[in-house]
Design a protein around this ligand. Structure first.
Ligand code: GDP
Length: 391
């Protein structure tokens, strides 16, 4: 499907930049337009692929291009005040050519965390196209303020978008890695997973014809109904018929077609299980997910309808959902991949934990604030109250 992507804040901008790189590399054509919005000038300058005229610096009067410093209430206020400047960049998007908007942001910071829900609300009021969010949860080691920001933003963002796709940095963090190096890999993972998913509805002319195509409307229908979504992914390398081992596999195919097709079916069903039961972008219980979409990609000789059907049935059993869609997406790459979108998930212990830590952080901050006022008063006022202030 074709998306207008808006990267809000530093993480959002970097990830949209990466989606453009993914598009260039794979020819998937999912980013029809890209916009970056930030209160920090330096972050906008650091982007590589988002066109300069599509980078919007907001809040100049308030923070002079220096960012909001993890204050997401300020981030939300600035987005409201400068919504016309953001709309100026959105006006350059040929909206009739897109299937949906996707707002991408790290929810633990200030600019994207506060601004994204404001922008989602604005876009939904003006356009009929769906507005999705891709929200990144902070790592557990980032500290209380980031957790509190994320919990408040998550609550607001879910309400304002047609669906919130979530990626949890905490579930993907590797110990002993520098934060920057870690983000590089995490961002690759984000773009690969959501890229395969959104790319499914974009099979262009000259590509192999899929056995059962996934089109944009199926992605939209899976996301419709709102709530929170997570994505699973698994891949396995295979030989393509025009690679080195191709001759052998072709002979085998002629000799023993039934065996090959059974292998293909088994590979697909096992990939679907691995994708759904392995690490999800937002770890959760898949039982109870309201809707699901299964996308199989790979060389067409390694895809078959039976495998997809079995995978779909298995997902129906596991989720208890009656709305499991599925299809394939032939690409010339030496691997078969399964992406599973689970939409409307409810049983998410990570969110409950995030909220708990956020509540504690808020109470601690209120307490510290009270103590700080008392301490300052004790310092500044003389004991017997004999001094008078000037005014
Ligand atoms: P903002 O610029 O004020 O919106 O804040 P940032 O985007 O810098 O940071 C918000 C949160 O996003 C942080 O707390 C991190 O959890 C996360 N984050 C920052 N940079 C990246 C990144 O490159 N990739 C990922 N996955 N997360 C990031």
């Amino acid at each position: 499907m074709k998306l207008a992507m808006i990267g809000f804040g530093q993480a959002g901008g970097k990830i949209v930049d990466k989606f453009l790189e993914y598009d260039e590399r794979t020819g998937s054509g999912i980013v029809r337009s890209a916009v970056a919005v930030n209160t920090a000038k330096a972050d906008l300058l650091g982007l590589e692929r988002i066109p300069e005229e599509q980078r919007v610096l907001i809040g100049q009067a308030r923070v002079k291009g220096h960012g909001v410093g993890a204050d997401n209430e300020l981030g939300a206020e600035i987005a409201e005040e400068d919504i016309d400047e953001i709309q100026g960049a959105i006006d350059n998007i040929p909206v009739h050519e897109i299937d949906a908007f996707l707002i991408v942001a790290g929810l633990g910071g200030g600019t994207g965390s506060g601004g994204s829900p404001v922008l989602a609300k604005h876009l939904k009021r003006i356009y009929t196209e769906p507005v999705y969010g891709l929200g990144i949860l902070p790592g557990g080691d980032e500290g209380g303020i980031y957790t509190l920001n994320a919990a408040r933003s998550f609550q607001t963002f879910v309400r304002e978008v047609d669906n919130l796709l979530v990626f949890d940095n905490d579930a993907w963090r590797k110990t002993g890695e520098s934060v920057e190096g870690g983000y590089e890999q995490i961002n690759d993972e984000i773009v690969r997973r959501f890229g395969v998913l959104f790319g499914a509805g974009e099979v262009g002319a000259g590509d192999n014809v899929a056995e059962s195509v996934v089109d944009s409307s199926e992605i939209i229908n899976t996301l419709a109904g709102g709530g929170v979504s997570t994505v699973g992914y698994a891949t396995e390398s295979v030989e393509t018929s025009d690679s080195g081992g191709g001759l052998l596999s072709r002979f085998k195919g002629e000799d023993d077609d039934g065996m090959d097709s059974a292998n293909t079916t088994n590979r697909i069903t096992s990939l679907v299980r691995k994708a759904a039961l392995g690490r999800l972008t937002l770890p959760c219980e898949i039982d109870g997910a309201e809707r699901a979409l299964l996308v199989l990609s790979g060389p067409s000789e390694h895809l078959n309808r039976k495998g997809i059907e079995r995978g779909r049935k298995w997902l129906e059993e596991q989720t208890g959902s009656m709305e499991v869609r599925g299809g394939d997406y032939p690409i010339r790459e030496p691997n078969v991949a399964a992406a599973v979108l689970l939409s409307g998930v409810h049983n998410v212990p990570r969110i409950k934990e995030l909220q708990q830590v956020a509540i504690e952080a808020q109470e601690n901050m209120d307490e510290l604030q009270r103590e700080s006022e008392e301490n300052l008063e004790a310092l500044v006022e003389d004991d017997e109250d004999e001094l008078d202030p000037l005014f």
